[in-house]
Design a protein around this ligand. Sequence first.
Ligand SMILES: N[C@@H](CCC(=O)N[C@@H](CS)C(=O)NCC(=O)O)C(=O)O
Length: 227
Amino acid sequence: MLLYDLVNAKRAHFSPNSWRARLALLHKGLAFEVRDVLFGDIPGIHSGGDKLTIPTLSHDGKLVTDSWAIAQHLDTAFPDTPRLIPAGAEGHVLKFFQYWAQTTIHGGIARLILKDLHDSLDPADQAYFRASREKMYKTTLEDLQAGREDRVDAFRKSLQPLRLALGDGPYICGEQPGYADYLAFGGFMWARVSSPFQLLLADDPVHAWRERCLDLYEGAARRERAA
Ligand SMILES: N[C@@H](CCC(=O)N[C@@H](CS)C(=O)NCC(=O)O)C(=O)O
């Protein structure tokens, strides 16, 4: 299997959604290779059809794009490995959690680090990234990130559901990590690789959980070059 993943100027993997897919593959103990790409390479990946996003997984001649679709594909293709998405109602609740992570974690982090992320990208990607993200957020990257020291506390407070869930810890999924952990952790890897800005306080249970996630699978995430 081949995982297409984005890299920045230092060739570090920063995509939050790719970290979900990477940890999903490791969770299942599956072997895979990584093909590093820039944003500018993405249109060249597909062989016709819809625009792909990163992560995209190539398996058995088929391209699977979108991290949730990749998790579903891995559950179907490798039924004898630990499952990521439960069947039935629990799977739908997990999807709700994905949307919470996307809105609260990714949405909150974007407003704290996106200018730093831009600066960390390969120069060939910077103009595209700025234009697309400024259109998306309807403001400049500088204005999006401005005043973050005053706003980071509100972000930390917004993580309260995660903090409460970790009271039953050590992982969101309980004694062992699972896909909900990877859904939430991807955003923190996005920040770690892209920006030196301190998101979490050292005494926050979310900080301790993030440390545990960094150590999973022989420190796969911790080995990635941080900003
Ligand atoms: N829902 C998708 C989102 C994927 C996504 O938006 N990926 C970004 C990188 S993290 C991307 O490929 N962007 C392409 C672009 O902005 O041109 C998933 O979870 O995989």
